[in-house]
Write a protein that binds this ligand. Structure first.
Ligand SMILES: Nc1ncnc2c1ncn2[C@@H]1O[C@H](COP(=O)(O)OP(=O)(O)OP(=O)(O)O)[C@@H](O)[C@H]1O
Ligand SMILES: O=C(O)C1=C[C@@H](O)[C@@H](O)[C@H](O)C1
Length: 293
């Protein structure tokens, strides 16, 4: 099954913290038996605590469908939109970081599907930076072929050479957020280019990556692509192998943003409840801490 059930409900009401005070996990749970006898768990996003006080998040109900293969769980696109509170916080964080960052580029590194593109766009907008996706630049450099075709027609080494060239060009520029390819971290030369700016590792649990990637399919990701078999398990297996090879390389980044840590801090059980804006806010906070050292 290439794409699994993923369904979301966005309720336009706000949770008041007092109404859930005393709930140990700060999350609401609803259980419901479905027609096909699978249990759907619906977590509810609640409030976030900040130095300035607390702010409320809209109640986002998301249906995750559990099955023997893991559970499909993606935020609906409308859940990617920032709330007013999130927008204010990211604006304040961006203003705080500006003098420290001083136009230095931000390079997002991480496994395929870790959200480098999605979070990168939010960051670039908040900072007034330009956004570049290395994969897209490589595709353009190779005359519009897709990453999958470049791998098929010319091989991985050709792709990696182009990736290094693209990073080299980007390293001469300022005020960019760059979403790097998942494998850019394996070449030491690429790090030399990225060291001109700040590198940030988006560390996302493999099972969450497998769920995201399974939901959209593996056609555009040649290193994960498979023709047959259970999509989730195959993707999970390949991601695990890649991560064993690359885990240490990702850890070279200046800053590590762990979605598990953010979820634990905010009282969410599932990292899939974290919106790109919440993740981007954490990225900025961690960069400020790094630059203030
Ligand atoms: N915070 C999030 N919550 C849920 N889904 C997300 C989140 N961020 C990204 N996604 C989804 O995960 C998938 C991969 O995201 P994205 O393309 O941003 O990752 P990437 O790191 O740039 O991937 P790649 O390196 O493979 O290009 C997309 O379908 C995107 O919508
Ligand atoms: O993890 C990887 O090696 C890759 C990730 C993608 O972003 C692309 O750069 C390409 O599919 C290779």
């Amino acid at each position: 099954m290439e794409a699994k059930v993923s369904q979301g409900l966005q309720l336009s009401r706000w949770i008041d913290q007092e109404k859930i005070a005393g709930k140990p996990s700060r999350s609401l749970r609803f259980f419901q038996k479905c027609g096909d006898q699978r249990l759907f768990r619906i977590p509810a996003s609640c409030h976030l605590l900040t130095k300035k006080g607390r702010f409320h998040r809209p109640l986002v109900l998301k249906v995750s469908c559990s099955s023997e293969n893991g559970s499909a769980s993606l935020l609906e696109p409308e859940s990617f939109l920032a709330t007013d509170d999130e927008s204010e916080i990211i604006k304040n964080k961006s203003e705080e970081i500006e003098p420290y960052l001083n136009g230095r580029c931000i390079y997002l590194v991480g496994m395929m599907g870790s959200g480098k593109t999605t979070v990168g766009k939010v960051l670039s907008e908040a900072l007034g930076y330009s956004f570049y996706d290395c994969d897209t630049l490589i595709e353009e450099a190779v005359g519009g072929s897709t990453v999958a075709d470049i791998f098929k027609l010319y091989g991985e080494t050709f792709f990696r050479d182009n990736e290094t060239q693209v990073l080299q060009k980007l390293s001469l520029m300022h005020s960019l957020v760059v979403s790097t390819g998942g494998g850019a971290v394996v070449r030491p030369m690429n790090w030399r280019h990225m060291q001109k700016g700040i590198s940030v590792w988006l560390d996302v649990p493999l099972e969450a990556l497998a769920r995201r990637i399974t939901a959209v399919g593996t056609n555009s990701r040649p290193l994960l692509h498979h023709e047959s078999g259970d999509a989730y398990s195959k993707t999970m297996m390949r991601l695990s192998t890649l991560f064993e090879e690359r885990g240490e390389a990702y850890a070279n980044a200046d800053v590590r943003v762990s979605l598990e840590n953010i979820a634990a801090k905010l009282g969410f059980e599932d990292v899939c409840n974290l919106t790109p804006t919440v993740i981007a806010i954490e990225v900025l906070s961690q960069i400020v801490n790094f630059l203030k050292k």
